[in-house]
Ligand binder design. Sequence first.
Ligand code: UGA
Length: 437
Amino acid sequence: MRISVIGCGYLGAVHAACMAKLGHEVVGIDVDARKIEELSAARAPFYEPGLDVLLKEVQETGRLSFTTDVSAAEGSAVHFICVGTPQKKGENGADLTYVDAATTGLLPYLSAGDVVVGKSTVPVGTASRLAVLVQAEQPDAHLVWNPEFLREGHAVDDTLRPDRFVYGVSDGSEEHPAVSVLDEVYSTPLAAGTARIVADHPTAELVKAAANSFLATKISFINAMAEVCEATGADVTQLADAIGMDDRIGRKFLNAGIGFGGGCLPKDIRGFMARAGELGADQALTFLREVDAINMRRRTRVVELARDLCGGSLLGKRVTVLGAAFKPESDDVRDSPALSIAAQLQLQGAVVTVTDPKALSNAARRFPELQYEVDTSAAVLKADALLLLTEWQEYRDLDPYDLGSAVSSRRILDGRNVLDPAKWRAAGWIYRGLGRP
Ligand code: UGA
């Protein structure tokens, strides 16, 4: 099938490459010329494991091209909208500027029978609103909302082998003509047994908001437990292991630590609350305010613990922050709790050095005032305290004995509870975890 993908960021670039891998002829479109140049040269403009290799592989087949010219969408049967929906400045709601621009920009190039497929995370009601625009321009075209559930760091695999597809069509029915078109797009994963649910527009939009809200709630739940554990001397990692053994609860997303960040969970729960407010259903989601508050409290708590660890004052203390990305296997620093903590430590007088295997250039653009060092051994040299804030494998594997001779004081705060406290203490370190004795 001929497919266009509008928006080539974390979502769209991966989606375009994966659709070509599935055998389709794909054109990726983005207004950012630099991104298009990189992608055209088969280079991922951001770090995502496996994406570079996949881009090379599919570009060699001639099935994938990139352009800044939206008219290239003409002739495609399916058009995926993959642009960002960031949080509005100074407000909780989502900024739909890019989704609206992508859709209206596409309208002149639609033909009868085309299917416009929204993948961006949008406030409920957006799909029905955009469907009116699509139909006004081309009465025989359709708009589907097909939310994306990929995780950064696993994006290629999550796109090629998702755990479910949700198709939101105007009448919510299996017989809707767009359903068979999307079935053809996804024929390979569907044949491999991926589940699919056909729903109406608002249900499909809400599935995404609900899924991310649930994940955020799960993380804040365990972080709330960590607060209680800290007050009682209990160990939240054992508590998570034990409750996670109940199938109904499950162990995934129960890792207590510095909390969630990234370009999705924080802004999605806020956007969801804002939209519920507009719909007069704000009471239903007031608990998300608490989820957000628990999450933000983690960052303050880590700064306090770091101060304690440094003997009561951060002034002039050399603190090394291990990890800047919002999670490992990503170079994304959007709302990264690690970076936000690093910036607060610096504000409170610490001399902060941040290291990360992939995210330093993004971090430096966001917080130019911090000091960055890509080499871990150089970054930890003469540190008064180490803070492990993004659990990259190389930090999990650090050897406390080797590291002990490089630092000035053997103090470590494990913001992700991934180190073995006994091992670090045996090597002479003062070890602090979050929600662990
Ligand atoms: C999230 C969802 O997991 C995806 O399903 C969704 O498609 C995506 O948002 C999106 O809306 O596009 P992502 O932002 O890539 O994916 O990251 P997650 O793996 O969900 O992690 C989010 C944050 O939670 C990270 O900062 C991570 O460190 C933190 N986290 C995760 C915890 O603090 N504890 C955990 O147990 C798990």
